[in-house]
Design a binder for this molecule. Structure first.
Ligand SMILES: [Zn+2]
Length: 403
C-alpha cells in the first residue's frame, strides 16, 4: 500500500486536533489548556500550540485570569470568532424566519414574516423568505460579521443534487429549488448553503439534549406533522429521502384524500389544520397566524375546553395507533414528542399504552415498550438543530476559519 505524503498526513492530524480543541470549548465552555489536554487526550504542549494558532486566527481568545484556589490564577480559552455568524432561514406553512447566531449558537438577531400561505405559489413564498434573509444579512454586515454557513430549513422532504424540496403538502408545492430561488433573488448569499428537512434537524437536536436515545422515534406537530426515525444513532433517510414522513403514515381505512396522493394519512385526522377547524379556530389562523392559533388550541386542550379538547380526544387514538405500528416496526428506546404535542405527551402516552404487548422481547426481560417522552426544545427545535449542525460543520473544517 503506498504511503501518504507526510505533509498530508500531518495536515489531517492537525485539522482533527484543532477540531478536538474547538469541540471541547464549544461543548464545555471556557476551558484552561490543562482541562482541554485532559479531556481530549492531547499533550499539554500540543494544546498550547493549537490554541496559539486558533488565537492568532481570532477563533479563540483568553479570558481574564481568575483565582484558582491554589494561589495561581488560571487563564481560560473561549470562543471568539467575533467576525463570524451562522444564518438559518426557515419557511413553514405560515411564516418565513431568519435567525442570526454566533458560532457558539447565541442569538444575535431574529426576524419573522408571515407569507399568507399562497397554496401552489412558491415564488410568492420565496419572495418573503428572501426579504427576511436580506434583513438578517444586513444586520450581520452592520455587526461586522461574515456569514460562514447558511442552512435553509423547510417543513418538507428534501432530495436530489443540488438538493431541492421534493414536495410540500402544507404549501401545495411539487419540486421546488429553494436555494436557487434565494440565490436568484439575493446574489450576495454566502457560498455555503444547505437545504434541510425540519423534522430530521429537530430530532437530532432533541437527541443531543436527551440521554440514552440511540434509537428513537420522533414525531412532532406545529406546521403539519413531521417525524424522524433514528436507529442506533443513524437517521433513516430512506431510498427516496422520505424516511420518517410520519404525517403520511396511512392509518385510517377508507380515509379522506391527502395532498400527498394517498388517502387516510395521519395528518388528515390529527394535523393542525383539522384540529384548528374542529376547535373553531380556523378564523384565528387567518387573522393572527398559525403559531398564535396553535398556542390557543394547545391552551384550550390543556384546559379541557370544548370543542378543542374533544377534537384532541378524537385525534389521540390515531396518533397512538401510528406510534404502536411504528414502535413494533423499529423497536426504539424512546418515542420523543415534539412541537405543540410535547405539552400533551401524557395523553399521547396513555393512548399509546392502551394496546401494547405483554410478551417480552428476546433481548430484554421486559416487554418491548419504549418510553414516551416530551421533547425539550419546543417550536424552535429545528432552528437549534440547524445552528448546531452548521457549527459542527464549521468546526470539522477549521481551515474555513482561517487557521
Ligand atoms: Zn398524505
Amino acid at each position: 500500500m503506498p504511503r501518504l505524503p507526510r505533509s498530508l498526513v500531518s495536515g489531517d492530524v492537525r485539522r482533527h486536533n484543532l477540531t478536538l480543541v474547538l469541540e471541547h470549548i464549544v461543548r464545555s465552555g471556557p476551558s484552561a489548556r490543562s482541562e482541554i489536554a485532559e479531556a481530549t487526550g492531547l499533550t499539554r504542549g500540543a494544546v498550547t500550540a493549537l490554541a496559539a494558532a486558533l488565537t492568532e486566527a481570532g477563533v479563540l481568545r483568553e479570558t481574564d485570569p481568575v483565582a484558582s484556589g491554589k494561589g495561581r490564577p488560571i487563564t481560560r480559552l473561549e470562543l471568539a470568532a467575533s467576525d463570524l455568524a451562522v444564518l438559518v432561514a426557515q419557511v413553514d406553512a405560515d411564516t418565513a424566519t431568519a435567525l442570526l447566531t454566533t458560532l457558539a449558537g447565541d442569538e444575535l438577531f431574529r426576524v419573522s414574516a408571515r407569507h399568507g400561505r399562497p397554496m401552489g405559489e412558491p415564488d410568492a413564498v420565496l419572495d418573503v423568505l428572501a426579504s427576511v434573509v436580506a434583513e438578517a444579512l444586513g444586520v450581520a454586515s452592520g455587526l461586522g460579521r461574515r456569514v460562514v454557513e447558511m442552512p435553509v430549513v423547510v417543513f418538507a422532504p428534501v432530495g436530489g443534487e443540488p438538493p431541492v424540496v421534493l414536495a410540500d403538502t402544507d404549501l401545495g408545492w411539487g419540486e421546488v429549488d429553494v436555494i436557487g430561488g434565494l440565490r436568484s433573488r439575493l446574489p450576495s448569499l454566502p457560498a455555503t448553503m444547505s437545504l434541510e428537512s425540519d423534522a430530521w434537524l429537530a430530532a437530532l437536536a432533541e437527541r443531543s439534549v436527551l440521554e440514552s436515545t440511540e434509537s428513537m422515534l420522533y414525531i412532532k406537530s406545529n406546521s403539519g406533522i413531521g417525524g424522524a426515525i433514528l436507529l442506533e444513532g443513524r437517521l433513516v433517510e430512506g431510498a427516496h429521502g422520505v424516511g420518517g414522513a410520519l404525517g403520511h403514515i396511512v392509518i385510517v381505512p377508507d380515509g379522506e384524500p391527502c395532498e400527498c396522493g394517498q388517502s387516510g394519512c395521519l395528518v388528515t385526522v390529527a394535523g393542525p389544520d383539522v384540529l384548528l377547524e374542529r376547535a373553531g379556530l380556523a378564523g384565528l389562523v387567518a387573522e393572527r397566524g398559525l403559531a398564535t392559533a396553535i398556542d390557543e388550541l394547545s391552551s384550550q386542550i390543556a384546559a379541557g375546553a370544548t370543542p378543542a379538547a374533544a377534537a384532541w380526544d378524537d385525534a389521540l387514538p390515531w396518533i397512538a395507533r401510528s406510534l404502536q405500528v411504528l414502535s413494533m416496526a423499529t423497536d426504539p428506546d424512546a418515542i420523543v414528542i415534539g412541537g405543540f404535542w410535547a405539552a400533551h405527551t401524557a395523553s399521547i402516552e396513555q393512548a399509546f399504552r392502551a394496546n401494547r404487548p405483554t410478551l417480552a422481547g428476546p433481548r430484554a426481560g421486559a416487554p418491548a415498550i419504549p418510553a414516551v417522552v416530551a421533547g425539550r426544545l419546543g417550536a424552535d427545535a429545528a432552528l437549534f438543530g440547524a445552528v448546531w449542525a452548521a457549527r459542527d460543520a464549521v468546526l470539522a473544517d477549521p481551515g474555513r476559519l482561517g487557521v
